[in-house]
Design a protein around this ligand. Sequence first.
Ligand code: A3P
Length: 285
Amino acid sequence: MALRKRLKAPRTPRPARRLPQALIVGVRKCGTRALLEMLYLHPMVQKASGEVHFFDRDENYALGLEWYRSKMPLSFKGQITIEKSPSYFVTPEVPERVRAMNSSVRLLLIVREPVTRAISDYTQLRSRATPSAPAVSLVGHPLPDAAKPFEHLALAPDGSINIAYRPIAISLYHAYFHRWLEVFPREQILVVNGDQLIEDPVPQLRRIEKFLGLEHKIGRKNFYFNETKGFYCLRNDTTDKCLRETKGRKHPRVDPAVVTKLRKFFVQHNQRFYDLIGEDLGWPE
Ligand code: A3P
């Protein structure tokens, strides 16, 4: 009897909502959704379904960590919960707030060549503009920004680069990354190459698995190239899907002279970013 009392039946593991142990903090339009969905192919990863915007929106942050936890998926012990909100990267208060939650949280930052990212950002903003927005300016009614050609927004009337234009400003990665380094050691942040994630996701994911301390599980079997979409789609035992049509949009044609001008402008900024991350990402000049 006494023996029976001591030999308790093994407990069935119970799932619980846990605060994230890893965050995808940005950069918007660099493949943040693709990255999260790809990592979710791993059996030891759980993901928050939407962008929670806990650390960047004061009204959410004021609700506290229990509110944040309630937005997390159920997970088993040993699984890693990941949340992504791309605006974390550019919001000044966020690094300190993240540290206050968990100073050893793992951070993932996905980046793309900055001019392509800016055009992708423009494409998204334009697609969100009201469909009734006029395609041509009516007298006395200036065109809304989203209806203007990219070239008119990225360059000021005098031909200089318009760094006040948000899609350009967000591509100045070093301007935000340094804030993260003031709060977190470099080794705690993995910089993921978003252009390579598009070309060939597996090597990037292998690096991430290692960084997150996960066994290597995501491989070639999990991807197939969809010719119509022009991107890799994902599959495992329970999933077979491409990302939504808002991911992998066609970009409008941009005057090549403007692209060249922007690439030149970004050279020194990219170099400052490379210096901060300690790696040359080889973006075209
Ligand atoms: P475009 O739509 O401009 O091509 P985010 O999720 O951060 O908004 O990033 C969107 C970008 O993810 C897309 O930008 C696309 O290039 C990129 N992406 C990377 N891998 C992808 C995939 N497998 N399917 C679709 N889009 C992918």
